[in-house]
Design a protein around this ligand. Structure first.
Ligand SMILES: [Ca+2]
Ligand SMILES: [Ca+2]
Ligand SMILES: [Ca+2]
Length: 509
């Protein structure tokens, strides 16, 4: 979660309203053990994840369309969980295997009122109001359960987005968080808004734009949050949790959280979000017990190289730091999401070709790729909320969709693309190449990120088992080449890529 509107909200002054108090969940301090070491439970690298801002995706139930204002970019637009269920077959046909939705937890019921009559709603889901309910705009607990069941029926997995740093403005416990007389006063931090984002103490203990900040330092709170996460998993049967804003909570809590959740749900996949470009910072949270982390460092590299035309060596430099992670093979690479401008709004000329290059990298590089809804439509959008526009169902892009399907299909046909070891083969300012090597399979990916055609003679890695004379076929462009002198010679037009597999035939599309 990113809060570019922090200063704006503070300046304008926001209003929040009251809600009825909630019963407190029983504390379960005994169930929680602090992790002594990181236990590796899940590898989802052969998954393809698709991320949906539920309110903006598909309106499957008109009966929950209260507060809908299609022309208010900060308001509800009517999308819901039923709408996602209706599109599961569409997603499956594109090769998606895992779906992550923005938080479906009940959010604030009254908007923030900004100057000029503008109203900000929690359509994004990151303003929790009732920790044990589904938001009425998105569905009910039964709809959430049904979504998970329908996904499972299709062999797909579901990630639930959870917010453990803060509550919404109207959460019954949080709304009194500045009042020492409030019974839950100690459950929240009282530093006021984060002002210096580089100050680690402020970043953890300060408020994000006035959102009441949980005080995870006290066991009542940390146990409650862990119990609540386990409660949700039990209620809905999700396969994993995407955990929001973890850099705003202390490492000690995350160690307790990952251990406490895994002790109840050993197979649950935990994916953390730290919006930071330094692999060492992101790796520090993976060490707290998260199975995977969003690959924000590589995101910046993908944007710089593919959208902005900077040196392809940046990709090599970033992937060369995988050793910083406890498990560098299980990051979650992505091109863009709801907290950053969409790729198509950053890329200049030939944006669609550049996006296809970025997709080729994202869907063949190590880790579990994540595709943001609307990528298959070439959807544009700058900062939040422009990057959360409605899914343009009547304006999908056949070419982009076909490229995604081609890549997901290749991942199925060549498991090394999901599970193989990532080995760099070549880097220069314009070309980046790597192999994905499994026990009995090698796939080479060669990417021309530049605007000129290239030919490169690329030496195979010492680890390669391919003998001279081995024929290879490019599954994207169709060219056929032979290994010669433990090398391959690859020619690529501007902004094109090759995915080379052993054999003379292009696999069935
Ligand atoms: Ca609806
Ligand atoms: Ca609500
Ligand atoms: Ca915090």
């Amino acid at each position: 979660m990113r809060h570019k509107w922090v200063a704006m909200l503070v300046t304008l002054g926001v209003t929040a309203a009251c809600a009825a108090p909630l019963p407190q969940l029983a504390s379960n301090a005994q169930s929680v053990q602090v992790a002594s070491s990181r236990v590796k439970a899940n590898t989802w690298t052969d998954e393809v994840m698709y991320f949906i801002v539920t309110d903006r995706f598909n309106n499957g139930d008109r009966s929950n369309d209260k507060d809908v204002e299609p022309n208010n970019e900060w308001g509800y637009h009517g999308g819901d969980i039923a709408g996602v269920i209706a599109k599961l077959d569409y997603l499956k046909a594109m090769g998606v295997t895992t779906v992550w939705l923005t938080p479906w937890i009940d959010n604030d019921d009254i908007p923030l009122n900004l100057s000029g009559g503008r109203k900000l709603w929690g359509f994004h889901g990151y303003w929790p109001k009732d920790n044990q309910a589904v938001d009425e705009h998105l569905g009910t607990m039964a709809t959430a359960r049904s979504f998970v069941q329908e996904a499972h029926k299709r062999g797909m997995k579901v990630m639930q987005d959870v917010v453990l740093n803060h509550t919404g403005y109207q959460h019954p416990w949080g709304k009194g968080h500045k009042d020492p007389q409030d019974p839950h006063y100690n459950w929240f931090n009282h530093m006021g808004d984060i002002k210096n984002w580089d100050d680690p103490f402020q970043s953890v203990h300060g408020d994000l734009a006035g959102l009441p900040d949980w005080n995870q330092d006290i066991p009542e709170v940390s146990n409650y949050l862990i119990d609540n996460a386990n409660w949700w998993v039990k209620q809905t049967g999700v396969d994993g949790l995407r955990v929001d804003a973890i850099k705003h909570v202390d490492h000690a809590f995350w160690r307790k959280f990952t251990s406490g959740v895994k002790s109840q749900n050993p197979n649950l996949m935990l994916l953390g979000e730290v919006l930071h470009g330094d692999p060492n910072v992101v790796a520090g949270y993976m060490r707290d017990g998260f199975d995977s982390m969003f690959d924000f460092p590589l995101y910046y590299g993908i944007t710089d190289v593919f959208a902005r035309g900077q040196s392809a060596r940046k990709l090599g430099s970033l992937l060369g730091q995988d050793g910083a992670y406890p498990d560098g093979s299980f990051l979650t690479p992505f091109i863009d999401n709801h907290d950053v401008p969409r790729f198509m709004s950053v890329a200049g000329n030939n944006g669609k070709e550049r996006l296809k290059g970025a997709l080729t990298l994202t869907l063949t590089v190590r880790g579990m790729p994540c595709i943001y809804y609307g990528t298959e439509a070439g959807l544009k959008g700058g900062g939040d909320p422009e990057n959360r526009a409605d899914m343009p169902w009547n304006n999908l892009d056949a070419d982009l969709t076909a490229h995604i399907k081609r890549l997901t299909s290749l991942r199925k046909q060549f498991p090394a693309l999901g599970n193989g070891k990532q080995l760099e083969m070549w880097q220069d300012d314009q070309v980046y190449a790597y192999s994905r090597q499994a026990a009995s399979e090698e796939v080479f990916v060669v990417i021309n990120t530049g605007d000129r055609p290239v030919t490169r003679k690329i030496q195979l890695r010492a680890e390669s088992k391919l003998a001279d004379g081995t024929r290879m076929t490019d599954q994207l462009g169709g060219q056929s080449i032979a290994v010669d002198g433990h090398s391959i010679s690859v020619t690529l037009p501007a902004r094109q890529q090759a995915i080379l597999t052993v054999g003379t035939a292009a696999r069935k599309r």
